[in-house]
Design a protein around this ligand. Structure first.
Ligand code: ADP
Ligand code: ADP
Length: 245
């Protein structure tokens, strides 16, 4: 059965004239371990879809109709505290700017260890070992030293690797990655996408990958949803949707 089900989702924003329907009739599923690419021009509704799934839709935006289910259980109407737990443990998130995911005041080790301990039953030294392993698996050199560094001590690309480590620290079943490489130097974008794909593949983590980059989709996704004006215009295997003459 699907890991994630989005069923006829509608998101509205009240405005002067009444309501703006920003997402309308959005339906799709993501299977365990599947990578779903989401593409579409700016304003199509890609980020809102991700935000609705992780429960971070900003008011006055609201889910006006539809359902979101994770492993069969509704998550679109959970109280904020419950949703925070789901977001930590079951669904990880990576955004365009690595600094939105990292606390500038804490070392990356502290952030990783706190996340690991909040979600996995590990003592402090095992959690630290695991944090170092996670940093190593994302390709950060000398992770046993870098673990005590602060976010600003990393370059942009290394910082996004830290964010990936943090997003995967709780071993979520689903990762929402919203333009995860757009803010990075073009020369390292492909490396970061390959890293994300390989780590998620190895651990069976499903991914909803929002991007405007068709090349990334072709390289990474199993299926792709093309969004247009708040709707899904097309949805299917990558080979059918983007390799047409
Ligand atoms: P994308 O990620 O595809 O660029 P978004 O999901 O960010 O698009 O936004 C889709 C549409 O939702 C926007 O074009 C806009 O109409 C509406 N929208 C998003 N955020 C707001 C907001 N805070 N207030 C009003 N409308 C919004
Ligand atoms: P092994 O059992 O072969 O040592 P692990 O499960 O420890 O493999 O994973 C190897 C690497 O991947 C380690 O860096 C670990 O911290 C990291 N890792 C483990 N589980 C996950 C997961 N679900 N998501 C992301 N990374 C993970």
């Amino acid at each position: 059965r699907p890991l994630l089900e989005v069923i006829d989702l509608r998101v509205e924003f009240p405005n002067r004239r009444g309501t703006l329907t920003a997402l309308d009739g959005i339906s799709f599923t993501i299977a365990p371990g599947e990578v779903l690419g989401v593409v579409g021009e700016s304003g199509a509704g890609k980020s809102l879809t991700g935000a609705a799934i992780i429960g971070l839709l900003e008011p006055p935006g609201r889910i006006a109709a539809g359902e979101i289910r994770l492993q069969g259980l509704r998550i679109d109407n959970l109280p904020p505290g419950e949703m925070r737990k789901v977001r930590g443990r079951e669904i990880g998130a990576i955004f365009q700017d690595p600094l939105t995911s990292l606390n500038p005041l804490y070392t990356v080790g502290r952030q990783l260890i706190e996340t690991i301990q909040a979600h996995l039953n590990l003592g402090r030294s095992s959690a630290r070992e695991r944090a170092i392993e996670l940093l190593r698996s994302t390709g950060i050199p000398a992770p046993d030293e870098r673990i005590d560094h602060y976010p600003h001590q990393f370059s942009g690309g290394m910082r996004q690797r830290v964010v990936i480590a943090l997003a995967l620290a709780a071993e979520p079943k689903l990762l929402i990655a919203d333009e995860p490489t757009t803010a990075l130097d073009v020369s390292i974008q492909a490396q970061i996408i390959a890293l994300l794909r390989d780590l998620c593949h190895r651990h069976g983590t499903a991914v909803m990958l929002v991007t405007h980059d068709m090349g990334v989709i072709a390289e990474t996704a199993d299926r792709v949803a093309v969004m247009y004006a708040g709707r899904i215009a097309e949805l299917g295997p990558v080979t059918e949707v983007i390799h047409r003459p």
